[in-house]
Design a protein around this ligand. Structure first.
Ligand SMILES: [Zn+2]
Length: 336
């Protein structure tokens, strides 16, 4: 049977690209930015004996220099990696519902969250919302993650505390991709595979939301890969929308050249909101692409009744989403 245009359009993934600003929105200061990490994680102590050329307090600048002065700074660099790994391993979600729980619940299995963060908060949220639904998006970690484990022999990966489902041995840590000027996204098999899957999702995306990720100009490799992926089927994005969630007061002039390139492919269709609750994810949870189709293709002026509010709890959100979840069981993705 021939598929209708609507059906084809609505099968396209919504891709959410998540950066440090998102973990920050969820956790406040207990999740440090690259600028705060050096002091907050106690890295000052490690680099005490080294005279750095950089005056910057940014982790990326400091780490890059240690990496450049390879032999001379090797010991400090290895200690720094261990301290960072342990620090990020110990960041846990509060027991109450968070924006990350809502983010997972706002998408379905055809969608994808692409994270640049080392913390495992998204994995924690993914696991605990299973009580509400198993129809959840893919999650990919393009800089590695402390919550992910890998079996190199079987090429399987999963939560670090699990055993390999094929050979039964404990998972190994996935290396974090530390900030250096020249990032090599092919050096590690886990990271390379995550990028390959991410590229496929981004190329087919009907909507891209960028949540607290500024695509720093220093990460030229990432920027180029993202742009190449989105332009693979450039002509299909003319009616798509790129959405940016940034902190209140964020200067639109600060939007990176990478995202401006995305806007050019969507014919200038983009929106900028100052909180997750004002994004399409909260305004049309689990039906973001369907809603976009009705608005852009059918000229619909309405809005979904089911929307997330800031007062949501695990109980209230389970009740709120129930009509959508019941329909999904029958393959029905109508907007309610
Ligand atoms: Zn194995």
């Amino acid at each position: 049977m021939e598929k209708s245009i609507e059906e084809l359009y609505c099968r396209r993934p919504h891709v959410v690209i998540v950066g440090a600003g998102a973990s920050r929105a969820v956790m406040g200061k207990s999740c440090p930015t690259m600028n705060e990490a050096v002091e907050q994680v106690g890295l000052d102590e490690i680099i005490k004996g080294i005279t750095l050329q950089t005056k910057s307090k940014n982790l990326e600048d400091i780490y890059s220099e240690l990496f450049r002065r390879y032999d001379e700074c090797k010991d400090a660099r290895i200690v720094m990696e261990e301290v960072l790994y342990n620090y990020f391993s110990n960041i846990h979600l509060p027991t109450t519902l968070t924006i990350y729980d809502l983010l997972i619940l706002s998408l379905t299995e055809k969608d994808c969250i692409v994270s640049f963060n080392w913390d495992s908060l998204l994995i924690q949220a993914y696991n605990r919302v299973e009580k509400i639904t198993r129809n959840r998006p893919q999650i990919l970690f393009l800089h590695g993650n402390v919550g992910a484990g890998l079996c190199k022999d079987c090429m399987t990966f999963g939560p670090i505390q699990n055993l390999c489902p094929k050979c039964g041995t404990s998972y190994e840590r996935v290396p974090l991709l530390y900030p250096v000027e020249q990032k090599d996204y092919n050096s590690d098999i886990f990271i390379r595979d995550q990028w390959n899957v991410a590229k496929d999702y981004i190329s087919r995306a009907g909507k891209v939301t960028i949540f607290g990720y500024s695509a720093p100009s220093s990460d030229k490799e990432a920027s180029e890969i993202l742009k190449t992926a989105f332009s693979k089927y450039a002509e299909v994005h003319r009616l798509d929308v790129v959405e940016i969630i940034e902190r209140p007061g964020f200067d639109a002039n600060g939007i990176s050249e990478t995202w401006r390139y995305f806007f050019s492919l969507t014919n200038g269709h983009y929106s900028k909101v100052d909180s997750f609750y004002n994004s399409s994810l909260a305004k049309a949870p689990r039906r973001t692409i369907q809603c976009q189709y009705r608005r852009f293709i059918e000229g619909w002026w309405g809005r979904p009744k089911i929307q997330f509010s800031e007062q949501e709890t695990f109980e209230s959100v389970a009740t709120l989403l129930n009509p959508l979840l019941v329909n999904e069981e029958q393959g029905n993705y109508a907007i309610i």
